[in-house]
Design a protein around this ligand. Structure first.
Ligand code: ATP
Length: 368
């Protein structure tokens, strides 16, 4: 029977707790021991019982709906260095862990993929330097790593939805509904800045769900003059039909086709200067991450957590590390390496100004 650890890493996302709960309970149900690595990769690097804790069935009571992550998360610079990962390797072995399920965003899963790739050389080094015994070396020669995608950004390739994205989208839509009322009353324009890093999914979906007048996303940029002209033309047209409110949604990663960032204040200035609209900027900020998980995220995280444990139990030393995704409403096992590579290639396509490629590498909703 296996000793399976679960950790959350990167930006917190509603539903991460549900995933931890599912992994812990599915592991115990299948006769394994469950552990939690506290504070993301920081907990791996620090090690010891304070950071790698055995979890019992009741330890995760109440986790299902709670937002954030109760086992903590962190951005850990040390884990980006081999030395940090070497410590992580030793601490997992010390705790007797033989499988690690990581719930995090693209950065966290890139780290997980690297850790998996490096594991044979890390454990060899620990053996050669006498840090671990031959017996421990033999027992821990293979570490199973499995990824589940926890991120509000919905920016990971090969899965239709990431855990947390729909909760965040819901929160954004609620906030825009509130703004709508005041915008309508004063006949104002609002520029609403939403999260998503280099991905426009939250902005695009919030725009559709709230019928925003204009949306700026990183994957479909135009020239500096291009977006300004188009936005002014569309907003003027809507206003000429008697619309009293204007909502423009700006993804935090919005750029021009020359890769210049477009700030919400710059958008506001255009609405004020060219259209004379009384305009306010609302940056939704961390409200987008908070609160309870919507039902979709609770379900997604639960079924994916259960599947992650199954994947660990099915794996052999030769099985490539899986990423648990959802595709056309089915829970699927994908290749972690491939998911990380495709996700990286979207960023590279944007850096190379190949926006058509970036759009086509995103999920289908972007391509229309
Ligand atoms: P989100 O999408 O919510 O921002 P994320 O997982 O992408 O989440 P990151 O800050 O990019 O968040 O990554 C989280 C942690 O994963 C980092 O602090 C670092 O410890 C680890 N990590 C990220 N990239 C790498 C890498 N290339 N090599 C090793 N570790 C990494």
């Amino acid at each position: 029977k296996r000793n399976i650890a679960v950790m959350t890493s990167g930006g917190d996302a509603p539903g991460m707790n549900a995933c931890v709960r599912a992994v812990v309970r599915a592991a115990i149900y299948r006769g394994c021991k469950a552990f939690a690595v506290m504070e993301g990769y920081e907990g791996l690097v620090r090690g010891g019982p304070e950071y790698i804790k055995e979890m019992n069935w009741l330890d995760v009571r109440g986790y299902l709906s709670e937002g954030g992550t109760n086992i903590g998360t962190a951005r850990c610079m040390d884990f980006k260095q081999r030395q940090g990962r070497l410590k992580g390797c030793k601490h997992l072995i010390d705790a007797g862990i033989d499988a690690l399920i990581v719930c995090g965003g693209d950065g966290s899963l890139t780290g997980a993929d690297l850790f998996r790739k490096e594991w044979p050389s890390l454990i060899q080094e620990l053996k050669d330097t006498g840090v671990i015994s031959n017996e421990k070396y033999e027992k821990h020669k293979h570490l199973n790593i499995c990824g589940t995608v926890g991120s509000i950004d919905n920016d990971m390739a090969t899965t239709d939805a990431t855990i947390g994205a729909y909760s965040s989208l819901d929160r954004i839509c609620q906030a825009i509904d509130y703004i709508d009322a005041t915008a309508n009353s004063h006949s104002r324009a609002f520029v609403v800045e939403v999260m998503g890093r280099h991905c426009g999914w939250l902005a695009l979906m919030a725009g559709i769900a709230t019928s925003a007048d204009y949306i700026l996303i990183p994957e479909k940029p135009s020239s500096s003059k291009g977006w300004q002209d188009q936005m002014c033309q569309i907003v003027s047209q809507h206003r000429s039909k008697g619309k009293r409110k204007t909502i423009v949604i700006v993804a935090e990663g919005a750029i021009t086709n020359e890769l210049e960032p477009i700030s919400s204040d710059a958008v506001k200035d255009v609405l004020v200067d060219r259209l004379g609209l009384d305009t306010r900027v609302t940056t939704l900020g961390h409200v987008q991450r908070g609160g309870t998980a919507v039902s979709y995220d609770r379900i997604l995280a639960t079924v994916q957590g259960v599947e992650a444990v199954k994947a660990v139990l099915d794996s052999t030393p030769d099985t490539p590390s899986p990423l648990i995704g959802i595709e056309e409403n089915k829970i699927v096992r994908k290749s972690l390496v491939e998911a990380v590579e495709i996700t990286k290639s979207v960023a590279t396509a944007i850096e190379n100004k190949d926006f058509d490629k970036a759009m086509s590498l995103r999920d289908s909703e972007f391509t229309e």
